[in-house]
Design a protein. Structure first.
Length: 220
């Protein structure tokens, strides 16, 4: 399902109409015209139910009895069908500071790796309807991508002297690979990755001493 942009009518006119209905309700009860007062009150309530306020970098996903109607991304005061279900979806960029993961690199060495990811919702329809919880989906897929990246490259050239790309020395290329894989993984959920970079990289403590010993042995 792809996003459909919906442009609703301005809400200021309906807000004024609803306020007039409330004023008419008060006047009707004072004048003892009870049926008219009840009718105007119901009209006012229904009118207020259709008024929405959308702040910058926010949106509303509209559905009508289970059918996707469209998404409002414009900012301001609007009026939509009062029967629409209105779900708020943030369009702000978000940071994911991933936890340190213990994985094995391409050579089977235990390492610790973590990544920082900046992402935002690009397609509100996919984010709402294609996955159960898009925030949780980002967390899970990000961890999977980092694990896959770690297993695709050696930590350094110590055990693979012919490696053209290592996690430790190929920072820019590694970050580029991570960002590309994340965008591929998160596209079905309507998520775009703006930036992805490795924030922590080290041998696991159990392997650090062995690695240091190897380096010392290589020294003249």
């Amino acid at each position: 399902m792809n996003e459909k942009i919906k442009t609703p009518i301005s809400g200021f006119a309906m807000l004024g109409f609803a306020v007039l209905c409330l004023a008419g309700t008060a006047f009707s009860f004072i004048a003892a015209i009870i049926p008219l007062g009840i009718l105007l009150f119901l009209v006012a309530i229904i009118s207020f139910m259709g008024i929405i306020i959308i702040n910058p970098n926010e949106s509303r996903v509209l559905t009508f009895f289970g059918t996707y109607v469209g998404t409002v991304k414009a900012n301001g005061l609007f009026f939509v069908n009062p029967l629409y279900k209105k779900q708020s979806v943030s369009l702000r960029a978000r940071n994911l500071n991933g936890q340190s993961l213990k994985v094995n690199d391409k050579m089977g060495n235990p390492i610790e790796i973590a990544a920082v990811i900046v992402w935002q919702v690009n397609d509100t329809a996919k984010a709402t309807f294609s996955v159960d919880n898009y925030t949780q989906y980002v967390n899970i897929q990000s961890e999977a991508a980092v694990r896959h990246l770690a297993g695709s490259c050696p930590y350094d050239n110590l055990e693979d002297e012919n490696a053209t790309l290592t996690l430790r020395d190929g920072a820019d290329k590694v970050n580029e690979m991570l960002e590309k894989e994340l965008n591929e993984r998160l596209a079905p959920a309507g998520i775009t990755v703006l930036e992805a970079r490795i924030s922590h990289l080290a041998y696991a403590p159990s392997h650090a001493a062995t690695s240091a010993g190897h380096r010392c042995g290589c020294c003249p």
